[in-house]
Design a protein around this ligand. Sequence first.
Ligand code: 6PG
Length: 250
Amino acid sequence: MGSFADLTIVGDPAALAETAAHAIVDAATQAVAARGRFTIALAGGATPRATYGRLALPPFRDRMPWERTWIFFGDERGVSPDHPESNYRMVREALLEKVPIPPAHVLRIRGEAEDPEVAAAAYARTLAEVFETRRGELPRFDLILLGLGIDGHTASLFPGSPALKEVFRMVAAVHAAAAAVPQRLTLTFPVLNAAAYVVFLVSGIEKAKVVRAVLSEQAMLPAGMVRPTDGRLLWILDRAAASSLPAEGR
Ligand code: 6PG
């Protein structure tokens, strides 16, 4: 099994949410102490909802430096922010409506934009503004949360997508034919791999096969291309998602 990542295996989805919320609060506390603020990109899909819900409850809610936290999104579907498939809506309902984060500190991707390319460029500008990066410089997130699709995709970086080869643009508009909402916007590998800390959250027996494929590096799947250049990579799995890993990998 690849030794490019740390692995934490927990019993069930509730333990995954607890462990992930703890990791987020720890990262936030360290970032604020070191740099005065905490920047995080959130994952979409179903898995992280429980983590966001746990973060919105004590003790994590009260330990988070909300006033100094800036929330971005790893990707977004091509829908309005009130659409059932919207990652922003999921995060708003599970977390944002329940915590005192300044609204200006929540930077959603405008999935509803008429022209996805324009929305991608606009989000890249927002990243540059908030991170105060110069041209060509990449934003270094304190933490990026990612999920894993059964085909090995992460964020909206799908197998075979031209976006996998993107080395300049920070945000790409993609068309993922296999996805429920094919039109998507996603952070690209340069941004993911510039992060100080990336955490994958994976739950469920249906992910066991792809978890093994990614972590054993059998195939170069998009999720396996997430390797922070100068940062930490952690996979938090529940027992079901880890059930196909070789014994020594558990
Ligand atoms: C999305 C996510 C996507 C997700 C995986 C896993 O917008 O859906 O960015 O990469 O993390 O598809 O989704 P589940 O957690 O729903 O299995």
